[in-house]
Design a protein around this ligand. Structure first.
Ligand SMILES: C[S@@+](CC[C@H](N)C(=O)[O-])C[C@H]1O[C@@H](n2cnc3c(N)ncnc32)[C@H](O)[C@@H]1O
Length: 347
């Protein structure tokens, strides 16, 4: 009898988590488990084309190429119809060689003008200058692609077993397993609380430290199970899978996602300050950032507001643009997307 109840509970909890956790970035819903075309559904496509308004002949920087949905649309928009001299180009960055290779092939087949760069978007200023140009349109669609999430070898999902890796750049020195092995209990608790906004961070950190004394925590499902145990009976009433926030916190830490975003925004600020001289940003450059959780969105919001206050840029979105109900229905991962856009110059 007890075994039967446990099975029913596990099945119902799993379904509940599948349905309710899609607003957290580490939480594939069942529909996300089936791969979309090209391995990723680009979010807010119409809004991006409308507000960033790429024109034939312009230079676009796609900071986060992924599977190339936005990249291809932007490259189409800057291609001059008949006038070859009016052909614009897209300079695209990605940390992940698999995604960058995929998109390079996709855009080459479509005969679009694409310059791929394997590496962080923090190289953007250097690479734009290297091409002896200035960016008219800049897009950063933060986080990870569906293809990365559903690849068990990346260790991003608690739905399938895989190595506890989480690196978007496979050559980066630190995996999530290393981070758990090397951090003190206090460091783990702070990290899970600050980056995952997880109220049970202390219990989870204690559980992880106890468990790693027995044997190293090396797989996604082991981590997910340990977090579930730390939740205890609260797991039954949790609206999302108990491991959602912990996975998100570790991924953000492993890839230093907030640090990269802050440095990128500093670069935008310097570009805006120097726009009358030698800047990597064009005089009327439009910059759009799509974020998927509140910590990122807060950083973007304050930075853009500050640029406007200083008269260096104008916000084209006072409030973040979010997906329509229709888009969220079609692509549940879009649910937490927030798009903010500024245009360089005060008018
Ligand atoms: C949400 S996906 C982009 C999806 C893309 N817009 C599309 O339409 O397919 C984010 C991509 O950015 C990459 N990425 C994340 N952080 C990065 C960074 N600091 N520099 C360069 N690429 C990064 C990830 O590897 C991933 O491929």
């Amino acid at each position: 009898m007890f075994i039967f109840i446990e099975i029913v509970y596990r099945l119902s909890a799993r379904c509940r988590w599948c349905q309710h956790n899609s607003h957290m970035t580490d939480s594939p819903t069942q529909s996300e488990q089936t791969q979309p075309e090209h391995g990723h559904d680009p979010v807010l496509m119409d809004e991006i084309l409308d507000l960033l308004a790429p024109q034939p002949g312009e230079t676009v920087v796609d900071c986060t190429v992924g599977r190339g949905g936005h990249t291809e649309a932007l490259a189409q928009a800057v291609r001059g119809e008949n006038d070859v001299t009016a052909h614009g180009l897209v300079l695209g960055f990605d940390l992940d060689p698999a995604n960058l290779d995929y998109t390079t092939k996709r855009l080459t087949e479509a005969r679009l003008n694409f310059v791929p760069v394997l590496g962080s978007f923090l190289q953007v200023q250097h690479q734009v200058r290297h091409l002896n140009t200035a960016a008219d349109v800049v897009l950063a669609d933060l986080g990870f692609s569906s293809s990365q999430m559903t690849d068990p070898q990346r260790g991003l999902s608690f739905m399938t077993d895989g190595p506890l890796d989480m690196r978007l750049d496979p050559t980066a020195p630190l995996t999530a397993a290393d981070l758990i092995a090397q951090s003190s209990e206090q460091q783990l608790a702070d990290l899970i609380f600050e980056l995952g906004e997880e109220p049970l961070s202390r219990r989870i950190a204690r559980k992880l430290v106890q468990a790693r004394a027995d044997k190293p925590i090396l797989s996604t499902l082991r981590l997910a199970e340990l977090v579930r145990k730390a939740y205890g009976s609260r797991a039954r009433t949790s609206r999302m899978h108990p491991a959602t926030r912990t996975f998100m916190a570790l991924r953000i830490a492993v890839n230093d996602e907030l640090g990269a975003l802050r440095s990128f925004l500093d670069m935008v600020t310097r570009g805006a300050e120097q726009v009358e001289g030698d800047s990597w940003l064009g005089r009327r450059a439009r910059i759009g950032i799509i974020s998927f959780h509140s910590l990122e969105d807060r950083i973007v919001k304050h930075s853009f507001a500050d640029l406007e206050k200083r008269g260096l840029a104008k916000r084209l979105t006072k409030k973040p643009v979010t997906p329509t109900t229709e888009e969220t229905y079609r692509n549940p991962r879009a649910r937490s997307a927030k798009l903010r856009i500024i245009r360089i110059g005060s008018d």
